[in-house]
Design a protein. Structure first.
Length: 341
C-alpha cells in the first residue's frame, strides 16, 4: 500500500504541474481526490490492514492528500495569474493613439438673431415671456378683437386641433399680449418670441411653421410717439444707426391705429432692386396702439391706460442679416448650410 500511495503522490503531482487551465486542474482533482478518485479508492482499502499498519498508512495517506491539495491550490493561483496576464495583454488599450475629434455644434443662425433682439429689448427694460404653441381660439382671435368672419379664422388658413374650432396651433404670437395682461396686469413691458403656424405651402419665402417676436407696452400716457421712438431705436440697433424707416397705415383688429413699418432697402438705398422687389423699402414689422376693446377685455381701463404692440417675423430678419436667399434653408438642418455660420 505504501508503494501505491507514493505512486499516486508522484503521478498526481506531475499531473497537476502539467495542467494548463482551471478545467484541466479540476479534472485532476476529481481523478485523485474525487469520490471515485484514485486516492479515495486506496483509502477504502484501509480496513484490510492490520491494526499496527493502519495508523502508519493513515498518516501517509493524509500526507499525500495534503500535498496534493496544496499543489492544486498553488497551481490554481498560478493559472489564475496567467489568465489575468493573458487578458491584460489581449485587452491593452493604447492610450497614446490620438482621440477622435468631437464635433461641437453651435447656435442656429436664427437663434443668433433672436438672442440679439432679446438683448436689445432686455436692455430697454422689457421682460421676455414664453407662451403656449397650442392655444385657445379665444386668445388667438376673439380677445384680440378678430371678428367672427376674419379670414385668418378659416380652416384653410389655421391649424385647428378640435372640431369645434376652439383649440388651435397659434397663428401669431399676439395671444401672448392677452396672457401677459391677464396674468401680470399693467404697467407692462414685455416681448414674447416663439413658433407660429399657418397653412402655407412651402416656398422660398413661406413655411407652415415660422417664428415671430411679439411686443407689448401698456402704461399711463403711452402714445404713438413712444411706439415710433421705441421701434426706430430697435430697428437701428438691428439694422445699423443710419437705417431709414417708414410707418405706413395698415389694419390689424387688435390695434387702432395700426401701421406697418418698412426699412429703406440697405442693398440699393431705396432706388429699387431684386432684394426689395423694386420697392426701395422692405416691410419688417406690424404695430399699432392697443385697441381699447382689447384692454377692456383684460380688465384694464382704456381711459387710464394706453399702450402699443408690435409683431415681427424672425426668419426674415435672419435672412436679411445673414444674406440667406431661401427660407427653406433655415429649417432643413443641412450641415453644409448650418456650418457656414
Ligand atoms: N400678429 C400680426 C401678424 O401675425 C403682427 C402684429 C401686428 C403684431 C401688429 C402686433 C401688432 O402686436 O400690433 O401679422
Amino acid at each position: 500500500m505504501k508503494e501505491q500511495l507514493e505512486a499516486i503522490r508522484k503521478s498526481a503531482l506531475d499531473a497537476v504541474a502539467e495542467t494548463r487551465t482551471a478545467a484541466d486542474l479540476e479534472a485532476v482533482r476529481v481523478r485523485y481526490l474525487g469520490k471515485k478518485g484514485e486516492l479515495t479508492a486506496v483509502l477504502k482499502q484501509m480496513g484490510k490492514l492490520s491494526p499496527e499498519e493502519r495508523p502508519v498508512m493513515g498518516q501517509l495517506a493524509n500526507d499525500v492528500r495534503a500535498a496534493l491539495e496544496t499543489a492544486i491550490e498553488a497551481r490554481s493561483d498560478a493559472l489564475a495569474q496567467e489568465a489575468m496576464a493573458a487578458r491584460l495583454k489581449a485587452e491593452t488599450v493604447d492610450v497614446t493613439i490620438p482621440g477622435k475629434k468631437v464635433e461641437l455644434g453651435h447656435k442656429h443662425p436664427m437663434y443668433t438673431v433672436l438672442d440679439e433682439i432679446k438683448e436689445i429689448f432686455i436692455n430697454m427694460g422689457f421682460e421676455v415671456m414664453d407662451g403656449p404653441e397650442i392655444e385657445q381660439a379665444d386668445y388667438n382671435f376673439t380677445k384680440l378683437n378678430a371678428p367672427e368672419n376674419h379670414p385668418s379664422r378659416d380652416w384653410t388658413d389655421t391649424f385647428y386641433l378640435t372640431e369645434d374650432s376652439s383649440i388651435l396651433l397659434r397663428s401669431q404670437t399676439s395671444p401672448m399680449q392677452i396672457r401677459a395682461m391677464e396674468t401680470y396686469g399693467v404697467p407692462i413691458r414685455m416681448v414674447s418670441p416663439g413658433r407660429v403656424y399657418r397653412k402655407d405651402e412651402v416656398d422660398a419665402t413661406h413655411s407652415p411653421m415660422f417664428h415671430q417676436i411679439e411686443g407689448l407696452v401698456v402704461d399711463k400716457g403711452i402714445t404713438m410717439a413712444d411706439l415710433k421712438g421705441t421701434l426706430n431705436a430697435v430697428i437701428r440697433e438691428i439694422y445699423g444707426p443710419n437705417t431709414k424707416t417708414r410707418f405706413r397705415p395698415h389694419h390689424f383688429p387688435f390695434t387702432e391705429p395700426s401701421c406697418e413699418v418698412d426699412i429703406q432697402c440697405h442693398k440699393c438705398g431705396g432706388v429699387g432692386c431684386p432684394t426689395c422687389k423694386g420697392e426701395g423699402w422692405i416691410e419688417v414689422l406690424g404695430a399699432g396702439m392697443v385697441h381699447p376693446k382689447v384692454l377692456r377685455g383684460c380688465g384694464i381701463d382704456p381711459e387710464v391706460y394706453s399702450g402699443f404692440a408690435f409683431g415681427m417675423g424672425l426668419e426674415r430678419l435672419a435672412m436679411g442679416q445673414f444674406k440667406i436667399s431661401d427660407l427653406r434653408l433655415i429649417f432643413e438642418n443641412d450641415m453644409r448650410f448650418l456650418s457656414q455660420f
